[in-house]
Structures are given as structure tokens and as C-alpha cells.
Ligand binder design. Sequence first.
Ligand SMILES: NC(=O)c1ccc[n+]([C@@H]2O[C@H](COP(=O)([O-])OP(=O)(O)OC[C@H]3O[C@@H](n4cnc5c(N)ncnc54)[C@H](O)[C@@H]3O)[C@@H](O)[C@H]2O)c1
Length: 411
Amino acid sequence: VQRGAFMREIKIGIIGCTPICEEYLHNFKYRYSFINPILVADENMDSAKLYSDKYCIKTCGIDEILADPNVEIVLNLTEAFKHEEINNKALMAGKHVYCEKPLAMTIEGVENIVALAKEKSLLLGGAPDTFYGAAWQSARKIIDDGWIGKPVVAMANFIVPGNEAWHSDPEQFYKLGRGPMLDGGIYGISVLIALLGPVKSVYCNTQNTFAERKIFSMPKRGQKFTSKVYTHYSGMMKFENDVYASITVSNDIWHSRLPYFEVHGSEGSMFLPDPTAYMARPKDFREPMRMIRYENILNDCQNLRGNDAADRVLSKINYKNLTTEMPITFRSPEDPKENLIGIGLVEMAHKLAGGGKFNVDDVFAAHCAEVTLGFDISAKNKYPYEIKSTCERPDPIDGKSLELVWGSTIV
Ligand SMILES: NC(=O)c1ccc[n+]([C@@H]2O[C@H](COP(=O)([O-])OP(=O)(O)OC[C@H]3O[C@@H](n4cnc5c(N)ncnc54)[C@H](O)[C@@H]3O)[C@@H](O)[C@H]2O)c1
């Protein structure tokens, strides 16, 4: 993908001023300076002021953003259950829309928004875009180079003990529109799709394991609340290319030693980090991503027979010595966390400015949303849910095109 230098500045308006908004604003200021957030709106003026003062952006009402002819893209950072309504309003006002995940809370809602964007010839797309991070782009290259052979099985696990031990207001994670699948599972799903292609069907068992949950964090320590969402998902995905992936998404487990993410092929395997991040969570910083080829395992036990060989292959093998550190295709020099938040919006802006392809578009975002929402439907019907939509794998990006984006100035 040749992104090249930006041809012009793109002005955007942001709706929903949240901590995640600050991450976007930081990257617009220091990394993607050709994106200019000129207006920010939040129902709660105190929230709006929090970051608008720091980043010198004018605060206003949502209607002012929608009426401003200078605003080309609306960035929707409101709560998930408000996405459909605000995406609709913005599209009706003639704005291109980039939305935090998911595009809407129902599959019908997603389809309606996609249809509206098409009717109005407007760009629509959104998060998650973490697969543009170095970890995932490197994994993509390993797969495309055939290093692990034909991918056959993958697994993604988002397992946390809820937010009751650390968040000041954990109840909000258990309200309509939240829950671990929409909050966290969708990241693993989008990375799986970006690496392995579109999904054919999903099957899932779910439960609201502990409907009454207790808060351990301050200031609400000791208070109880009721979860309105499923808190545990045990699911399977079948991809169009016949790869199978298992996915566990849970807020009900104190600690798990299941891996974050693995991809297994006919000739080898890859052991990958947390897909909610572009590179890795801090605890993984010192653990490089690793991969293994079958020859390494066979070489290690080729002169052994019987139980000795079985022991080596099945349990006693020192896999750490037999794995190879995965080469990283690019690194961001100034940011060890490599937080590329907004990179999908950069693509949208670049497309508007006359540049290349917009990968995280309505088709990709709608497919990710349908697959994610499909787990709940399958659980309810106790039957596999056949996915109606499809998409292409987003084009890979390389360090050179990212350097151009990071380093580019408006010409
Ligand atoms: N990419 C990430 O790493 C990441 C992390 C956290 C959250 N998110 C996503 O970001 C979005 C926001 O999540 P959050 O937890 O920060 O939400 P939040 O509830 O903390 O904030 C939402 C904000 O939107 C404002 N808002 C709601 N409706 C509005 C309207 N009609 N007009 C103006 N303002 C309005 C609210 O006042 C609130 O300040 C969600 O889609 C979530 O999934 C992404």
C-alpha cells in the first residue's frame, strides 16, 4: 500500500469526549498532524472541557458539528448503544463517519447504516484497527510468506476477572452495549479476520455467570450490582477458508494461563500477544513474539524412541529453545507501546485527500460487527449462526508507508 505524503489537511469533529478520545487527540497532534480536530462535543460539558482545553479545540453541541461545512469526518466515540443513532445523524448530515466499535448494536442496525452510507456515497468505517500494529502486520507477513504452512487452527482468548478490582465505576461494563465480547472479544475477532479472512459461521455457549457482582475497588468498595450482559463466552468460528478458531471471552475468571492468541499451520505455529493492543500489553514487552517450525521439534527427538521420544514430543520438550523470535516488520521509534490509535481514520482521511485504499471500511467493520454480534445470536438459538456478510482481508502495510504517514507534512 503506497500511502505517500498527505495532499491536504482533513478537518474532523469528535462526538464523545472520553479517555479514549485523548488517545486519538494525542496521535492527531503528534503523529497524524494532517488530521485536524476542529470541534469536540459531549453532552457532559465537563468531559468536553477536559481535553478540549488541553488540546485547544473548540467545544460545541453535536448539531454544530453536523452543520459545520468544514467538518468532513465525524469521529463517533460515544457509548456503543448510541453509535447507531449518531452514525445515522452524521451520515444524514453528509459527513463521512469513523466510529469506535461496533458500528451498531444489532446486525439490522449495522446493515441499515451501511446502506445509508452507500446511498449517500459517504465513507463509513471504524475500529478495531489494532491489526495495523507491528505485532499483527508481522504475523500477517509470516502467514503470507508460508512460514507456518497452511493455517488450520487459531485461538484467541480475552480472559479477565472483570473490572471490579480496579475501575472506579465497574458497573458500566455490565450494562447494555458493553460486556466482554463487545468490549474486548471484538479485537481478537477483527485480528483473526485480518489475518485469516472472512468468517462463515460462529457457534457459542454463553452465560451471565455471577449475575450479582461485588465491587472491590474504591470508592464503591463493598457495593453490589447486577450484570445485564453475558459475562462468559465459549465460542467457535469457522472461516471461509475452513480454518477453525476457538475463542474464550470472559469476565468471570480470576486468572488464566491460556494464551492470548495463537495461529497454527500445517508446518508451524505462531504465539502472539494481546489483540486489544497494537503491539503488546506492558507485561509482554520483554517477551518477544515467538514461532516454531515442525522440523525443530522432529530434529530434537529424531534419535529417540518409545517413551523418550513421546516425552520429548508431548511434554518434556523445551519449546522455548526450539522456538524462534518472530521478526518485526516495523517499529515506531518514539513510542514503545506503538499505540497507532486512529490509523484506520488516517486511511479514511487519506482516501478523501485523493490517496490510496480505505481498508477498515464499512464492509470490513460490518463483517467484524456481524461476527461479534453473531455469538449472542448463536447462544440464544443454541445453533450455529451463519454469517451473511463477507469481506476481504485488509491490505498489509509496511514500515515504509507508515513512516511516510508519520513523517509526512501537508503538501
Ligand atoms: N479503542 C479502544 O482501545 C477503546 C477503549 C475504550 C473504549 N473504546 C470505545 O470507545 C467508545 C466510548 O467508550 P467509553 O467507555 O470511553 O464511553 P464513555 O461512556 O466513557 O464516554 C462516552 C461519552 O460520550 C458522551 N455522549 C454520549 N452521547 C452523546 C451525544 N449524543 N452527544 C454528545 N456526547 C455524547 C458521553 O457524555 C460520554 O462522555 C465505545 O465505543 C468503546 O467501545 C475503545
